[in-house]
Design a protein around this ligand. Structure first.
Ligand SMILES: CC(C)(COP(=O)(O)OP(=O)(O)OC[C@H]1O[C@@H](n2cnc3c(N)ncnc32)[C@H](O)[C@@H]1OP(=O)(O)O)[C@@H](O)C(=O)NCCC(=O)NCCS
Length: 138
């Protein structure tokens, strides 16, 4: 398995093969590709922004991380992409890396936990918890 930065061509290839990824992948940003035998087997896409409160720092927000084939999951590929993203964010001197994780997505919750992210559950006014913001302070 090879990890590399993705190009606009890679983004188009992913969008063409998996059209639903258009809902979570926007223009620009940071694309990380996991490749095996010249096939894209997974990707992570993050965007950069000012932290949306008045602290004067920037963050990377991982909008999606996915390993396409369920047979390829639980082999550390998701973690490898997250680790690569953290090292890019560190090089760029971002303050933190953040993502949002649904309460129903057990694999995703586990992914963030095992990679050292703090888990901040979001409590709604009716006391339900739809998910958590997860944050890695660089
Ligand atoms: C989330 C995802 C990217 C993780 O990728 P991965 O390559 O399997 O990640 P890793 O192998 O590094 O770690 C996955 C961890 O989740 C655990 N896991 C997987 N399915 C699980 C489940 N149903 N319940 C609990 N833990 C689960 C694995 O055991 C592993 O933890 P461990 O190493 O402590 O055993 C992958 O499951 C996926 O593509 N899911 C669909 C897309 C998605 O939901 N993305 C996240 C939101 S954008």
């Amino acid at each position: 398995m090879l990890l590399r930065l993705g190009t606009e061509l890679d983004k188009s290839a992913i969008l063409e093969k998996y059209p639903y990824t258009g809902q979570v992948m926007g223009d620009g940003g940071c694309l990380i590709i996991a490749e095996d035998e010249n096939q894209i087997i997974g990707f992570l896409w993050a965007f950069m922004q000012d932290i949306p409160v008045a602290v004067g720092e920037k963050e990377m927000f991982i909008n999606v991380v996915e390993v396409f084939d369920s047979q390829s999951r639980c082999k550390g590929i998701g973690s490898a992409m997250v680790t690569k993203c953290l090292s890019i964010a560190k090089e760029e001197a971002y303050y933190q890396v953040r993502a949002y994780c649904s309460i129903h997505n057990a694999a995703s919750n586990r992914l963030w936990l095992k990679n050292g992210f703090a888990i901040s559950p979001v409590k709604m006014p009716d006391n339900t918890i739809p998910g958590s913001y997860v944050t890695y302070k660089l």
